[in-house]
Design a protein around this ligand. Sequence first.
Ligand SMILES: [Mg+2]
Length: 396
Amino acid sequence: MKITGIKTFLMQAGSPPNSKAWAANYDTINSGWRNWLFVKVYTDEGITGVGECSGWPRVIETAVTDLASILVGEDPMHIEKLWQKMQVAIMGHGMTGVVGGGAMTGIDMALWDIKGKALNTPVWNLLGGKLRDSIRIYAHAKTPDMALELKAQGITAVKAGGMADPVEMMEKLRAAVGSDMDLMIDCHGPPWLTTADAIALGRRLEPLDLLFMEDPIPPEQADGYARIRDAVAIPLAAGERAATIWGLRPLIEQGLVDVVQPDTGRAGGITQMKKIAAMAEAHGIMFAPHSGSLGPIAEYAALHLMASIPNALMLERIEIDWPGRNDVITPVPKTVDGHIAVPNTPGLGVDIVESEIAKYPSVRNVGLGGGDYAPGTGGSFVYAQPRFMRSKWLGK
Ligand SMILES: [Mg+2]
């Protein structure tokens, strides 16, 4: 079998008016910043594979087109070889971040899809077989009402972020949902907390028995993570912004986190994610892939991967998402009792609906809204925060 071509499918992926999801600030597809980029790899035997590149999709589309030139004519079954070929080709431009990682991710995912279809078996079977038939998900909630609504739907874990007074809100969430639901907090920036403030916040949250505290400080500050880890009795989680085994290595090898969160759409593909999971396993670290900007094809890849690794904790999901999410792929995954069933059809078991994707042309893809970087706002103090920002985290 030979690769004959690679096509990209870029789209704006909006959120609905009155959405309770993370993207609630963006009430039309044109005002939002989320894009999805899907790729299709074609072969001379008529088998096609589908993949997804998240990270910075409009830029990654160009990277995919560049990489296609070195892949046409290659045998798609030799996935590791082709991954290494792409990595070497990109290296001339510097080490790979999420743009190169995202491009390799979508192509790698499509190659696994092709291999599964060619061998008439699901991708999880190629990865060593299944440890579980369904994957536990967690959703986002930042009010007690949202958390209770999700709990009523069978969701067993929720994460909160972007709150004005996180200690008070996390206390309210714990009081509302009781002790049988997992609660997590995402402190992600920018603006970021300082290490000292993250420790202060963590100590105040300790009585709430959180499953993890995510991105308490910028991901590149390994020494800060070590200080928080040693000072606060809450498991730490991070890793959504990093790509490849080398990008995730410091967090894992230095034992800086208890949960590692690479993004299935930009960390380097199923090939890299499986290795990252194994590195984490060796260090007693659980694996909970990031979602957020992630689209529905990469979510399928995460289901296959998480079915096959022992340290799968749970999968992040925007459970109340833009309704168009369900129109651009087939079939649509269903959440039942807080879990999504692992597909048992050959390959990834999913395809894009090209005619639906064409209805949502990409408009823009940067996340900084009007005024976010104006002098005197939180955006202009990326690290050490002035009192008006710190008070939002630590109380008055
Ligand atoms: Mg996060």
